[in-house]
Write a protein that binds this ligand. Structure first.
Ligand code: URA
Length: 254
């Protein structure tokens, strides 16, 4: 129906079904019954093609909105921001950092107020649920500066699992990066997502965390993205996340 020549035209019943109006067959019936309009004009032929990005569709006169664009954002979170959408104490939230992002995106999991580093935000609720499902938790790597000089024995305890008040932690990968006057710099890769887990693990072996940064989530890295900045994930990064979340069932088909 759009005047402009466009390569993006699709059959009306297909677009209606994709917007959740009804099944494709039931959408055909709505069209032939004269209940669908395109740019204000009732259309009753099934051969009609529309441009979903430009043409305005309505059912019985009520607009049928296009679904929001799926957005996948990687933020390098600074300390001093909370990871929920609002805070009763009026603290700044990570959403305050997403200037110019119009879609309502939500964090995939959380980072503490004082933790910095990689945080994914998206409006793809299905992917978020799959990535956070307790039956399948993705790998997350943290770099922690911990107080004092951690010993090889304590590192081994972290690797095997330590007892926290909510139970033993699962085996983790733990690497010592540096031990000096500032403390011990330790990298931990865990797949669980318990509240303040890394801080509690290090505290349990006698080395409270002074500074905590997430450096990797599900294989993604912040690279040289400045603290407080964000970028959209590339199509390949989104496909990799989908593959992790859904296996081969859905990866790359979205
Ligand atoms: N573990 C923590 O202790 N804090 C975080 O923010 C993330 C993991």
């Amino acid at each position: 129906m759009s005047e402009a020549i466009s390569d993006n035209k699709e059959r009306l019943q297909k677009v209606l079904a994709a917007r959740g109006v009804a099944s494709r067959r039931a959408c055909e019936e709505l069209i032939t019954a004269g209940r669908i309009s395109v740019n204000g004009v009732i259309v009753t032929e099934l051969g009609c093609k529309v441009d979903p990005a430009k043409d305005e569709l309505a059912l019985d006169g009520s607009p049928i909105a296009a679904p929001p664009r799926l957005r996948y954002i990687l933020l390098n979170k600074p300390a001093g921001y909370i990871t929920s959408a609002n805070d009763e104490r009026g603290r700044r939230t990570v959403l305050d950092l997403l200037k110019g992002v119009e879609e309502r995106v939500y964090p995939v999991g959380r980072l503490d107020y004082d933790t910095c580093g990689l945080l994914i935000l998206t409006n793809d609720g299905e992917l978020t649920n799959a990535l956070l499902h307790p039956s399948y938790q993705v790998d997350k790597t943290y770099q922690a500066l911990a107080e004092g000089q951690i010993t090889e024995r304590e590192l081994e305890r972290l690797r095997r699992g330590v007892r926290l008040k909510d139970g033993m932690t699962a085996p983790a990968e733990v690497r010592l990066r540096r031990r000096d006057a500032k403390g011990s710099l330790v990298e931990l890769t865990i797949h669980e997502g318990r509240n303040r887990q890394v801080r509690r693990m290090l505290e349990a072996v006698g080395h409270p965390v002074l500074h905590l940064k997430r450096i990797s989530f599900a294989g993604l890295q912040a690279g040289n993205l400045p603290l407080g900045s964000f970028r959209d994930l590339t199509a390949a990064e989104v496909r990799a996340l989908q593959k992790l979340a859904y296996g081969d069932k859905k990866g790359g088909s979205k």
